[in-house]
Design a protein around this ligand. Structure first.
Ligand code: SF4
Length: 197
């Protein structure tokens, strides 16, 4: 299911520096819009396909390429593959102009990806892919890069990344200049209480 925004991406938000969505320090892009509707999804505010943060694809490419000291770029959401034409363009450009590795989180299963050209092209150009719907009854917050046990972490044939996910729950706390706090990842209730009190 492709959603068209011309040569713009419809995004939820971006982080130019994060350490919990793949190996090393990474630029992270959350896409806006997901039709897969997994039960218990933690990102329901990213289901809507209405315009949220429209970013011209050249501008996003420039911003990524001009971010220093990152190892790679991670795409998640929402569902990045609902904007697969622009994503395919962006991944090719990143690989053409840099050594940054590509990590894609998608709710699609491997068979679904392999049956569609755009998806299989993207898959081949990724270094790591987390695949599969989120299943609430198999929720797992203690392993990196998955949300539930049914999901798998795939390293396509030409992957340049070898690091395997570890059995840990990673949380990132970002304190902005105005002292507001943002929490990335899935902290347990005890940690949230400690942070807020
Ligand atoms: S694929 Fe991801 S964003 Fe979409 S419904 Fe499932 S868990 Fe939520």
């Amino acid at each position: 299911m492709e959603k068209q925004y011309g040569d713009y991406f419809n995004l939820s938000h971006v982080e130019s520096s994060s350490h919990i969505y793949g190996p090393g320090k990474r630029f992270v892009v959350w896409f806006q819009g997901c039709a897969l509707a997994c039960n218990g999804c933690w990102n329901k505010e990213m289901w809507s396909f209405k315009d949220k943060l429209l970013v011209q694809r050249e501008q996003l490419l420039d911003r990524i390429l001009n971010t220093s000291n990152i190892q790679g770029v991670t795409f998640l959401g929402g569902e990045p593959l609902h904007q697969s034409s622009n994503l395919w363009w962006l991944i090719r450009k990143i690989r053409e102009h840099s050594d940054l590795t590509i990590f894609l989180f998608t709710g699609y299963e491997q068979e679904e990806l392999e049956s569609q050209n755009n998806f299989s092209n993207i898959l081949e150009f990724c270094d790591i892919v987390t695949l599969g719907r989120y299943q609430e009854d198999s929720r797992n917050t203690n392993q990196q890069w998955i949300g539930s046990d049914n999901q798998s972490v795939l390293y396509p044939d030409n992957s340049r990344e070898a690091g395997q996910p570890e059995n840990i729950n990673q949380v990132e706390i970002i304190i902005e200049d105005n002292e507001s706090i943002r929490i990335l990842g899935f902290p347990d209730d005890m940690l949230i209480n400690e942070i807020l009190n």
